[in-house]
Design a protein around this ligand. Structure first.
Ligand SMILES: [Zn+2]
Ligand SMILES: [Zn+2]
Ligand SMILES: [Zn+2]
Length: 290
């Protein structure tokens, strides 16, 4: 079907027993011939003829990814073994055209360069701790580099943090996820790829509220399971973050960490990208006793 325009309309089988939604895909603009697909769940359809006569699964899925909600059809790779039928003969059955039949919807040819496979993107926590609030896409030309995207809920898609015009949408199909990039190319340069800093969960961190003269909140991130060594952080109420006191006193470097809660209310620590210049210190519980 590549190269030819196809038109789609959703039809359903009216009073017949099988009232599953049908999809007609026309082979040409005159809309005379079409293949009829039946709904098999979610947004997927299978060609009825191919499936029933030859057990060949010719699939088509309805994709909806434009901010205006407009739909298009993506065709699977399997070719029909059936012959298209006259749409007029379908009409003779009890079939109604649905309101959103999308008769003007075009089949969009899949541009492989705009598809990003599972191995080449990562969904991450946003800086504010929102799960999947950020996305990293590895640069296909140089795998040590990447583009960073932020999520915009209203558009249900991601945008490049630097040039914003490049958008990306997560498409889920048969339990697999991939990314479809928008048509525009980046005007920005990719940045160095850095692995995501691990999220630190209890018991690998502890927060102490010191009530003595220091009156300051401390965070301890343990670097060993035995809790013998740790990094020590001090709360900075201006920025609502903790910073490593050693790195700061040595080189005025702010290695920060945020105390957050995930959607289930479980507390965790999100570290900043910067690496410590300090070494872990021995942990003495009495330093933190009031
Ligand atoms: Zn077919
Ligand atoms: Zn960009
Ligand atoms: Zn440090």
């Amino acid at each position: 079907m590549r190269g030819t325009l196809a038109f789609v309309s959703r039809v359903h089988a009216g009073e017949r027993k099988d009232s599953r939604l049908r999809l007609a895909i026309f082979t040409s603009e005159d809309k005379k011939l079409c293949y009829i697909y039946t709904h098999i769940g979610q947004k997927s359809f299978h060609c009825i003829e191919c499936k029933h006569k030859k057990y060949v699964y010719v699939s088509a899925s309805v994709c909806q990814e434009n901010p205006d909600g407009s739909e298009y059809i993506r065709l699977g790779n399997t070719k029909h073994v059936c012959k298209p039928i006259k749409f007029s003969s379908v009409k003779n059955e009890v079939i109604k055209l649905l309101k959103n039949s999308g008769l003007k919807t075009k089949v969009i040819k899949v541009d492989k360069s705009k598809i990003v496979g599972e191995a080449d993107f990562e969904l991450r926590l946003s800086k504010a701790g929102v799960p999947n609030g950020r996305m990293i896409i590895i640069d296909s030309k140089d795998r040590t580099k990447c583009y960073e995207y932020f999520y915009r809920k209203a558009a249900n898609r991601y945008f490049c943090c630097k040039c914003v015009t490049v958008s990306a949408v997560v498409v889920k199909e048969n339990d697999k996820a991939f990314i479809r990039l928008g048509q525009k190319d980046h005007t920005c340069q990719p940045v160095k790829y850095e692995a995501e800093k691990p999220i630190i969960r209890k018991p690998d961190f502890k927060i102490f509220n010191l009530t003595d003269t220091r009156r300051v909140q401390r965070l301890v991130i343990f670097t060993t399971k035995a809790q013998s060594h740790c990094y020590k952080y001090i709360y900075d109420s201006h920025n609502s973050k903790y910073f490593c006191s050693e790195c700061f006193s040595k080189e005025s470097k702010r290695v920060t960490a945020k105390h957050l809660k995930d959607s289930e209310g479980t507390e965790y620590i999100l570290q900043s990208k910067m690496d410590h210049i300090c070494e872990p210190l021995t942990f003495n519980k009495k330093d933190f006793d009031d």
